[in-house]
Design a protein around this ligand. Structure first.
Ligand SMILES: Cc1ncc(COP(=O)(O)O)c(C=O)c1O
Length: 344
C-alpha cells in the first residue's frame, strides 16, 4: 500500500451543527442541521472526494499528469476539481443538463474539463447516460482513472470515519434520529454504519425524492439536483443498512427551502429541503419521542439561486403555482423555523 498523499491527508474540516426550533402542526421540535456547505468546496462531497482519491492513490499512486474521470451531478466534481490539481492530476467531469450553471462554471474555473451529457436516461435523470459516457472514455483511454463514486466503498468508509462521529459528538446523547438525503447512498451508508456501532439507539432514515430509484420507488421527473438516482444504491442493499426510507415530493422540498430562507435567512440546497420535509412527516408519523433530530444539509443554496430559489425558473418548469401553494399549505400547518440555539 502506498503512503497517503499528504495533501489528501489534510483536506477536510469539521462542519457545524446549527440548532433550530421547528414548529409544525402545533408541536415544537429540536432540529440540528449539519451544515456541509462549510466544507472546503461547499458540500458533503468534499469528504467523499477525499475518501475516493485516497483509495485510488492506495491502489496505484496518482502520478502527476494522470487524468481522473468521474460522473457527477456537480458537487463531487467541485470537490475533485479542488483536490486533483494539488496532486498534479487533470480532471474530466461528466455532468448533465441538470447540473447548475454555477457549478459548471466552478468546475471550469478550477481547471476541470467539463463534458455535458444531454441524453436523458429514460428513468427521470441522466445518470445512466453519464455512466455510459464515462465507460466509453475509459475504454478509449486506458490510462484514465475512474474513482466510481457509485460502487467504491471508500466513499461510505470516509463518512463512517468522519461525518458519523462528528455528528454524534456534536448532537450528544439527546440525538434520536438522523435524516440523510440519498443519491449514491454513500453518505447514509457510512453514517448509519457508525451509528450501528456506536449509537444503536439512533434511527437512520434514508431520504429519497419522488421519481428516484435510489432506495426504492418508481422512475419519474426529478427537479432537485444532488438527491435521487436512476438506479438503486449499491451501498444500501444490505437489509439493515438503514432503518427506514421516506420519499418526499420535490415541490414541497423546494417550498421548505424557501420557508427556511424566509424564517432564518439561511439558503440550503434542495436535498437539505428534502431531508427537512422528510423529517416533518416522519416525526409526525413515528410520533417522535422529543429527542433531537438531525438533518444532513448536504450543501448550501447559493448555487441554486437561479433555479430552486428563482420564480422565473419555477415558471419555466411549469411549477410556480405548485411551489406557491405548497408554501401556503405548509405555512397553514403552522410551519416556522426559529434560530433558538447557538452553532456548536
Ligand atoms: C446536494 C447533495 N445532496 C445529497 C447527495 C447524496 O449523497 P450520496 O451520493 O452520498 O448519497 C449529494 C450527492 O451528490 C448531493 O450533491
Amino acid at each position: 500500500m502506498s503512503r497517503v498523499n499528504p495533501v489528501l491527508a489534510r483536506a477536510l474540516r469539521t462542519t457545524p451543527l446549527l440548532r433550530l426550533d421547528v414548529t409544525h402542526r402545533g408541536r415544537v421540535r429540536r432540529l440540528g442541521l449539519k451544515l456541509e456547505e462549510h466544507g472546503p468546496t461547499g458540500s458533503v462531497k468534499d469528504r467523499s472526494a477525499v475518501g475516493l482519491l485516497r483509495a485510488l492513490h492506495d491502489e496505484r499512486p496518482l502520478t502527476p499528469g494522470t487524468v481522473v474521470v468521474e460522473s457527477t451531478s456537480g458537487n463531487l466534481g467541485l470537490a475533485l476539481a479542488r483536490l486533483l490539481p494539488t496532486v498534479g492530476c487533470d480532471f474530466l467531469a461528466v455532468v448533465d443538463l441538470k447540473t447548475p450553471h454555477a457549478t459548471r462554471r466552478g468546475l471550469a474555473d478550477s481547471g476541470a474539463k467539463v463534458i455535458v451529457v444531454d441524453e436523458p436516461d429514460g428513468l427521470g435523470g441522466y445518470l445512466l447516460s453519464r455512466l455510459r459516457r464515462v465507460r466509453e472514455l475509459c475504454a478509449d483511454n486506458p490510462g484514465y482513472r475512474w474513482p466510481d463514486q457509485y460502487e467504491n466503498w471508500a466513499a461510505p468508509e470516509i463518512h463512517r470515519r468522519t461525518t458519523g462521529p462528528e455528528l454524534t459528538e456534536q448532537a450528544g446523547p439527546e440525538l434520536g434520529t438522523v435524516y440523510v438525503p440519498v443519491s449514491t447512498g454513500g453518505t447514509l451508508a457510512g453514517i448509519a454504519a457508525h451509528l450501528r456501532e456506536h449509537r444503536p439507539d439512533v434511527v437512520a432514515v434514508a431520504v429519497d425524492v419522488r421519481g428516484s430509484l435510489a432506495v426504492s420507488g418508481s422512475a419519474g421527473r426529478r427537479l432537485v439536483p444532488g438527491i435521487g438516482a436512476s438506479r438503486p444504491s449499491v451501498f444500501l442493499r444490505a437489509p439493515h443498512s438503514y432503518d427506514r426510507a421516506v420519499h418526499v415530493d420535490d415541490i414541497e422540498a423546494i417550498a421548505v427551502c424557501r420557508i427556511i430562507a424566509e424564517d432564518i435567512g439561511l439558503a440550503l440546497g434542495g436535498s437539505s429541503g428534502c431531508a427537512v420535509r422528510a423529517m416533518l412527516s416522519d416525526q409526525e408519523e413515528a410520533a417522535g419521542d422529543g429527542r433531537l433530530v438531525v438533518c444532513l444539509a448536504a450543501d448550501g443554496g447559493t448555487k441554486y439561486r437561479d433555479t430552486l430559489y428563482s420564480d422565473d425558473w419555477a415558471a419555466e418548469q411549469g411549477v410556480a403555482k405548485e411551489i406557491t401553494s405548497a408554501v401556503r399549505r405548509l405555512r397553514g400547518e403552522g410551519l416556522f423555523f426559529d434560530r433558538k440555539h447557538q452553532e456548536h
